[in-house]
Design a protein around this ligand. Structure first.
Ligand SMILES: Nc1ncnc2c1ncn2[C@@H]1O[C@H](COP(=O)(O)OP(=O)(O)OP(=O)(O)O)[C@@H](O)[C@H]1O
Ligand SMILES: Nc1nc2c(ncn2[C@@H]2O[C@H](COP(=O)(O)O)[C@@H](O)[C@H]2O)c(=O)[nH]1
Length: 387
């Protein structure tokens, strides 16, 4: 880490601010392309727009923008890292809310660009510290996933939050739209999937089910650990995504017991039960797929299974994250902008330029341990005061 008084860090100016009559822009060069990030001066609260200039042909392209963009603010500072993402720090916004990444050439963006046949960029919000990994719970229909999750949410309402999926299935009696599921039309969910709003989706028991990026982000933004109840296909997709999670498969003690539970629940027709039981065999076969699930839980006695689930969850990520204290100390509530960048860190300067109680004039953002990214959040941001 570089400290004040030592040799100045290498600083390449990759971002120039161009001000035209009504637009404030950053232009960031990557190879033959320039990524221009603009906001209107007349209406600085309007959303950020992205355009790409092909410097060889001098043509402009408006890319498909995935992910949730930053909240609108007056201006920002920006710098390129690893030739694949642009770090943007929103001015006038407390640090723990102001760090954003615009992914321009990451594996996710390249893959999406191939699928869509257009230029793609993707927003991802920076999260200081690791945060607890989301928990993916899969298992055949009727095994008791929902029952276990409901117990966990009841006992620890401020620790865990449920990722509310979208589904085209009809609501059951007592199911509430927006609480148990977002009930939706097939054409609507298909449109939103094609717009890149979903972390994963699958055709399950004759309906479409999917986890929107927003469903996961709204839980993690509340500072809670996100629980996803999704089928095995969905678990596979999340495994392949940039979301780092813990994957748990819940098994029944026997196939007969599974059938008994499904029938006793009384929510499906006979035809639907048969379909769910057929799919259950396939899901049970896949539970041993190499590298897919981290833990298998047998739900025989409910209370015993619940205790095992709790043990699994507290075993994981139980370490003290030094960034947590940084956030708790209130240092992340001051506003900063980018001062300089090296290959390994970005130096941030306090916007007020005064040392307020609990804040530092200069911070170092360590670039070595970033994880995740679009779709979702970029985690692992380590920040420390520069003395
Ligand atoms: N250990 C258990 N012993 C007996 N019954 C159980 C047990 N766990 C759950 N059940 C019951 O089994 C039925 C199915 O449970 P639940 O709805 O939680 O399953 P699920 O895995 O969430 O199903 P789906 O995937 O279809 O949503 C419910 O009626 C529930 O009360
Ligand atoms: N891939 C996904 N699977 C999901 C999602 N939400 C729920 N599910 C799975 O669907 C079945 C059936 O659920 P039910 O509520 O109709 O009984 C079950 O296995 C769930 O785990 C999702 O977003 N994606």
């Amino acid at each position: 880490m570089t400290h004040v008084g030592e040799e100045a860090p290498e600083f390449r100016v990759e971002s120039v601010t161009l001000e035209s009559k009504d637009i404030l822009q950053n232009a960031i060069d990557i190879g033959t392309k320039a990524y221009v990030i603009s906001r209107s001066v007349d209406d600085p609260k309007s959303s950020i727009t992205i355009k790409i200039l092909d410097k060889l042909t001098q043509t402009w392209v408006v890319p498909t923008v995935l992910g949730t963009p930053p909240n609108a603010t007056d201006s920002h500072s920006a710098v390129l890292i690893n030739n694949e993402k642009i770090v943007i720090i929103e001015k006038g916004v407390p640090l723990n809310d102001s760090i954003w990444f615009l992914e321009v050439d990451t594996p996710f963006v390249k893959q999406q660009s191939k699928i869509k046949g257009t230029e793609v960029v993707a927003w991802s919000k920076g999260v200081i510290g690791e945060g607890q990994k989301p928990v993916v719970i899969s298992g055949p229909s009727g095994v008791g996933k929902g029952t276990l999750i409901a117990k966990l949410m009841k006992e620890y309402p401020s620790n865990f939050g449920f990722s509310v999926s979208h589904t085209t299935r009809a609501p059951r009696e007592k199911e509430i739209d927006g609480v148990h599921y977002h009930f939706t039309e097939r054409s609507k969910i298909e449109e939103e999937i094609s717009e890149g709003k979903f972390l994963e989706f699958a055709h399950v028991h004759g309906n479409v089910y999917g986890t929107s990026i927003e469903a996961v982000e709204s839980v993690t933004d509340e500072g809670k650990r996100c629980i996803l109840d999704i089928d095995v296909q969905g678990a596979r997709s999340v495994r392949a995504s940039s979301l780092e999670a813990i994957f748990i498969f819940v098994c029944p003690p026997s196939f007969e017991e599974l059938e008994k539970r499904l029938r006793a629940r009384g929510t499906e027709t006979e035809e639907q039960i048969q379909k769910r039981l057929r799919n259950a065999r396939a899901e049970l076969d896949q539970s041993n797929s190499r590298g897919l699930f981290d833990h298998l839980l047998v739900n025989d006695d409910l209370e015993a299974c619940y205790e095992n689930l709790k043990k699994l969850l507290s075993l994981d990520d139980d370490h003290e994250d030094s960034n947590d204290s940084f956030v708790k100390d209130g240092k992340a509530s001051a506003c900063y902008s980018i001062l300089s960048k090296t290959n390994s860190e970005i130096l941030l300067q306090s916007e007020t330029n005064e040392v307020e109680k609990g804040t530092a004039n200069m911070l170092s953002l360590d670039l070595s341990s970033l994880s995740g990214g679009a779709p979702g959040r970029t985690r692992g941001l380590k920040i420390s005061s520069v003395n």
